[in-house]
Design a protein around this ligand. Structure first.
Ligand code: BGC
Length: 743
């Protein structure tokens, strides 16, 4: 087989792909003409073959016959470039029409070079960095022949019990949307070329609202909530040019997404004009039988096709039944043609017809390239959130440091969930990085071998702590405790980690906890047993150097919580942008204030928990720095705006501490009265600002009034005139509001 190094840009690709964000993917006549021509040559069986995706798993011989017959449009789970080329060769050179395969993979937070988990990336509030990370992933994956990633995951997640909270950008639609656009741009590139990997925005839709945080569970999201909260990140990603979309496993209000015409046709196609490709999640078509939404595979294949699914991942429902369904009139051939057009369009735009093969010999050279590792390290540095610091950080020069804990030297676990191709041999652990940064000053006693381990006594660790000046305890979750199908009911540190921390605190030396986890764990009791706490999520390949840089003070922490940190799992779901009840919380009776045999009362009581009150441990947007920031002189350019206007907010940001630092400035708005109730706060803008010690800067943020639009009582998106409040602050719970009107 001849594999040429791909350096190309075909004419139609240049035309189609120099498109501006917001134009549809099929807006290039050359691409459409080519797709139509091909479609006119295809038999019904060949069309249906394009709608079938299989998990290859290295077995070329097993699929050879199906490939020759044109029964497979896409494969997933094959990353060996030689095998990918062989799969492609069978499709391109031995099938009648020679249509190349779309080769997909879950490249979720890096391919070989692993970046922080997406939730950690969201804590950077740095879309440009997320774009860079996605680009790195695309360069590495496409070099091996993978041209389609099942990422980014855009599911709003307000319940940290859900294991897949790790895979998304957290609880806020605005932050999620900005990260979504950035990642789509990063994966696909500004112009589609050989390093472009089609993005797949998932899981459409509502999957993150699984009841009780139990994966795959039902959701009950009203249309208004869907439109105001869950859909905006998807719409933003579609506008940014995302080529593909994946349906979700859940049923919403009784309708599984894979059979949901309202979301797949009415909203996605008709309202947003999406003409990329829709793939199911793994067997989510088949799962509609378990849901009780279809009797058998034929029935669910019909429902999925008619609802608007283009490609079937691993149910084989289309392959087995579509022909019969078309012949019997249950599915129109036009429906099949539209689906195949969507698939061929993506293949054409990616240039697969011109260059189906990858240069297997060159693939290795780009993996773990120095600039990729540098980008991964920077992402890990920006993603860590300093949640507490009573002055022990940054570490003092010359201190003797005890490193301990199950995550200090856990090269596999620091990579986090959904890592198929990153190898732990390339991970630089905190222990290794600290030994390099502080030669001869590190003592290491593991304490616990893994996060779930239970131990009664920690004499070896506490003895070492006595010899040290400061203790660094690396705690958290093993990678496997978050991610798909890994929901938890209890969000405390597992095993004896809290006991280890308490034993260390009892020694009396300063203790720094570093938590590496896939979700915001409930760490309230642990906060009391440490002098500083840095929350690093699972930071990826370069987590060690990033954490060493942060702990030593070479880099100043700047991460901010992309999700609310709960005090206890029983508070879930608790998120900053909730609606107000008729009885706003104002700090009332807690459990111990209730007298014995107290009479029944509800008057005056409000919405909160008797045992935990109403507030979280840390609000959305929260994160400390080694310096401090002050906001002053906040002012709006007007008191009243028209719906076409842009609000300009000015303020002074001052670095009031002794060293340079970066603050994530956040702008929140509240619409006081609406045709329906509105969230108490909504993030509407953010920006990272780096200031020298003592520096003050006047900053102006602009907010088009149109950004205040929402779906009200009439389910039409518009700005409702009235009174608003606006905050600019370093987190969602700080700052004093300004008032303005929209008329
Ligand atoms: C997950 C998807 C993933 C797919 C393919 C499913 O189990 O829900 O997110 O892309 O598998 O691996």
């Amino acid at each position: 087989m001849k594999c040429t190094k791909i350096v190309w840009l075909s004419l139609c690709v240049v035309l189609a792909c120099s498109r501006q964000a917001g134009t549809s993917v099929g807006s290039c006549p050359e691409v459409e003409a080519r797709v139509d021509k091909l479609l006119s040559q295809m038999t019904l069986a060949e069309k249906i073959g394009q709608m079938n995706q299989v998990s290859a798993g290295g077995d070329v011989a097993h699929y050879a016959e199906a490939l020759r017959k044109g029964q497979i449009g896409s494969i997933l789970n094959e990353v060996d470039p030689d095998k990918i080329n062989e799969f492609q060769r069978l499709a391109v050179e031995e099938s009648r029409l020679g249509i190349p395969l779309l080769v997909g993979r879950d490249v979720i937070h890096g391919f070989h070079t692993i970046f922080p988990i997406p939730l950690g990336l969201a804590a950077t509030f740095d879309p440009a960095l997320a774009e860079q990370g996605a680009r790195v992933a695309a360069v590495e994956a496409t070099a091996q022949g993978v041209r389609w990633t099942f990422s980014p995951m855009l599911d709003i997640a307000r319940d940290p019990r859900w294991g897949r909270i790790a895979e998304g950008s957290g609880e806020d639609p605005f932050l999620d949307a900005r990260m979504a656009e950035a990642m789509v741009r990063g994966y696909q590139g500004s112009v589609l070329d050989s390093t472009s990997m089609a993005a797949c925005i998932k899981h459409f839709v509502g999957y993150g609202a699984a009841e009780g945080g139990r994966d795959y569970n039902s959701t009950y999201i009203t249309e208004r909530e869907l439109r105001n909260v869950y859909l905006p990140p998807f719409e933003a990603a579609v506008k940014a040019g995302a080529l593909t979309l994946m349906t979700s496993f859940n049923d919403n209000d009784g309708v599984p997404s894979t059979g949901n015409r309202f979301i797949l046709r009415d909203i996605l196609r008709d309202e947003w004009g999406f003409d990329g490709m829709v793939v199911t999640d793994w067997n989510s078509m088949g799962e509609m039988i378990s849901h009780g939404f279809g009797t058998d595979r034929k029935d669910v294949a019909e429902k999925a096709a008619n609802a608007g699914v283009d490609m079937d991942m691993m149910t084989f429902g289309f392959l087995s039944h579509l022909e019969e369904l078309v012949k019997g009139g249950a599915v129109k051939e036009k429906t099949i043609d539209d689906a195949v057009r969507n698939i061929l369009r993506v293949k054409c735009l990616l240039g697969l017809f011109e260059h189906p093969y990858t240069d297997a010999g060159a693939a290795k050279a780009v993996q773990y390239a120095p600039d990729h590792l540098a980008a991964a390290q920077k992402s890990a540095e920006e993603s860590a959130i300093l949640l507490k610091n009573s002055g022990v950080l940054p570490l003092r020069d010359g201190a003797r440091i005890l490193v301990t804990g199950p995550l200090a030297d856990a090269p596999h676990d620091q990579l986090g969930t959904w890592v198929f191709d990153g190898e732990k041999e390339h991970s630089v652990t905190p222990l290794k990085a600290l030994e390099a940064r502080f030669p001869d000053r590190i003592d290491y006693v593991q304490g616990l071998q893994y996060s779930r381990q239970k131990r009664e006594r920690f004499d070896d660790v506490t003895a070492a702590a006595r010899r040290a000046d400061v203790v660094l305890a690396f705690l958290g979750e093993e990678a496997i405790l978050s991610g798909e199908a890994h929901s938890l009911a209890d969000l405390n540190l597992k095993g004896s980690q809290s006991e280890l921390l308490a034993a260390l605190k009892a020694v009396g030396k300063p203790v720094v906890a570093v938590v590496m986890a896939g979700r915001p764990l409930t760490i309230e009791r642990d906060l009391a047993n440490c002098d500083a706490l840095l929350y690093a999520f699972h930071p990826g390949t370069m987590g060690g150097p990033a954490l060493a840089a942060l702990l030593s003070g070479d880099v100043n922490p700047s991460g901010k919580a992309p999700v609310t940190f709960l005090r206890t799992a029983g508070q879930a779901p608790l998120y900053y942008n909730h609606h107000m009840t008729g009885r706003p919380y104002n700090g009332e009776t807690l459990l111990d204030d209730i007298g014995l045999e107290a009479g029944q009362t509800s008057l005056g009581n409000t919405s909160y928990y008797l045992d935990y009150g109403a507030y979280p441990l840390f609000p959305f947007g929260f994160g400390l720095s080694y310096t401090s920031f002050a906001y002053s002189d906040l002012a709006l350019d007007k008191e009243t705006y028209g719906v076409e206007d842009t609000i300009r907010v000015r303020f002074t940001l001052s670095n009031t501490g002794a060293r340079e630092g970066t603050e994530v400035v956040q702008l929140y708005v509240r619409d006081l009265v609406g045709s329906v109730t509105r969230p108490v706060k909504e993030l509407k803008a953010f920006r990272r600002e780096t200031l020298q010690a003592g520096e003050s800067r006047t900053i102006e943020l602009s907010l088009p009034v149109s950004e205040l639009a929402f779906y009200g009582l009439d389910m039409v998106k518009k700005v409702e005139p009235g009174d608003f409040q606006l905050w600019v602050a370093g987190d969602s719970a700080s700052g004093e509001p300004l008032s303005f009107k929209v008329k």
